[in-house]
Design a protein around this ligand. Sequence first.
Ligand code: AMP
Ligand code: MG
Length: 349
Amino acid sequence: MKNTIIKQMDENAVKIDDIKIFANILKEKGTVIFPTETVYGIGANALDVESAKKIYEAKGRPSDNPLICHIGKKNQVYDIAREVDEKSKALIEEFWPGPLTIILKKKEHVPSITTGGLDTVAIRMPKNNIANALLRESNIVVAAPSANISGRPSPTTPEHVISEMDGRVDGIIVSKICDVGLESTVIDMTLDIPTILRPGKITLTDLKKILKNVIIDPAILKKEENLIAKAPGMKYTHYSPNAKITIIRKKDKNIDEKIKELILNQEQNLNIAIMCMEDDYKKYQNLNSLVFNLGKNLDEVAKNLFYTLKKLDDNKVDLAYCPYFEGEEISIAIMNRLLKASGYRVLES
Ligand code: AMP
Ligand code: MG
């Protein structure tokens, strides 16, 4: 167990003396958890092998899974990327600071532990005053994956970060719930056609405003198409709470009717929960189940998703039901995380 220094900070009143404590930890090859607009990240010096190793240890993360490098100033991209093409420059101007990670060819000195052995490096400039102050004060390129134990939901709240990571890292800065709530969109700019490898708040439509030609990695969409065919019980361990989640997709009857039917057929002693949008909240009352409100719109669903998955665990939920969020844009990012959290368990209504 490490003796973790924990400090609460206000994003709108960042005190540089407080930031210096954590910047020094990074300079001394330590690990610091800090808030970003997406999720909380666990950071260490990306260009130092010993530091980067500590991230994998704290998370229990397989070392072939590369890390995202976080920078505090746009021009630091040239310190770690071998070449920055015109299209990537346009993305940087439009979306940084913000929830977009850009993959570029790496410079020699970026260690292989940070890039998972790849010849490319993932780079992002976060939009959060605390993250930005920490990155600038330390003047370090900081590798920072989500601050969860590998395979668990990403943390978006102070309580979640502290309960999971206190004692595993040198420092933790907490503030409030993260604004976006889902990890950054990842776009690979080293391929012939720029390709979204992970969907997020910055959507295909947003990217098309800057890039003429951009696609979503077919693997992301294909899994969704083949969903129903996939056998339940397939072992995907991403974002997994302890509860078994089932997603209900509209077919013949209404989703709420299907969920009610499923709940009535369950054993009496199971702790059951329903996650739904605010407008549907009333439909699920009096079912002897916990009901979690994911929000009024899809941006709120994104923001509250991981927080709610954590609440399932805190409430010792055995089974949880959630409607399928149809549509494009942010729905793709929400469903990407929700499908993984459920082990691709989808039932049609
Ligand atoms: P996390 O830091 O936990 O949000 O995850 C980082 C994501 O970025 C993972 O899905 C990685 O596979 C992806 N990633 C990081 N670096 C690269 C890279 N060089 N090429 C492709 N994907 C990457
Ligand atoms: Mg992660």
